[in-house]
Design a protein around this ligand. Structure first.
Ligand code: FES
Length: 149
């Protein structure tokens, strides 16, 4: 019987086990790193171009309150002032893109990320936001509120 130099049955088993364990280890690394990568780098969602949406009944929104909505895949905010006037803006802060919210106690639009403040006309009045919020047009037909880009 021919013998292969350096070949023994024992080393062959060891090589095989090393091979199987290294594949398992590689799979384990991928199983840990891929979800971590997916979390840190979320997939890009395509921009949805929407220019006209219906967001509900005007009579169902109380004075001095707000309602969040989606304009495509971007957040928007509708504010009904103390006087009952409706105003709508992009809810994306012009500083670093956090979502703003209505602060009824201070009667302004507030960004919690860095304490940015906007008045109810969307104008930046305090904090780091460099520019006003983008306004949306509002059309109310038969009590239904339509937001127009
Ligand atoms: S992201 Fe809004 S103030 Fe910084």
């Amino acid at each position: 019987m021919n013998e292969i130099p350096g070949y023994t049955e024992k080393s062959s088993r060891r090589d095989f086990l090393n091979y199987v364990l290294s594949i398992g280890f590689f799979g384990w690394i991928v199983a840990i790193l891929y979800p971590l990568y997916s979390y840190l780098v979320p997939p890009k969602s395509p921009d949805v171009d929407v220019s006209n949406i219906s967001i509900g009944k005007a009579s169902e929104i109380e004075n001095n309150s707000s309602k969040m909505f989606k304009m495509g895949n971007k957040p928007g905010i509708l504010i009904k002032t103390k006087e009952g006037e409706l105003r709508a803006f992009s809810a994306t802060c012009t500083h670093l893109d956090c979502t703003v919210q209505f602060n009824k106690e201070e009667n302004l639009i507030w960004c919690a990320c860095h304490n940015g403040k906007y008045d109810l006309n969307g104008k930046n009045i305090s904090g780091p936001p460099p520019s006003p919020l983008t306004p949306f047009n509002i059309n109310v037909q038969k009590d239904e509120i339509y937001i127009l880009k």
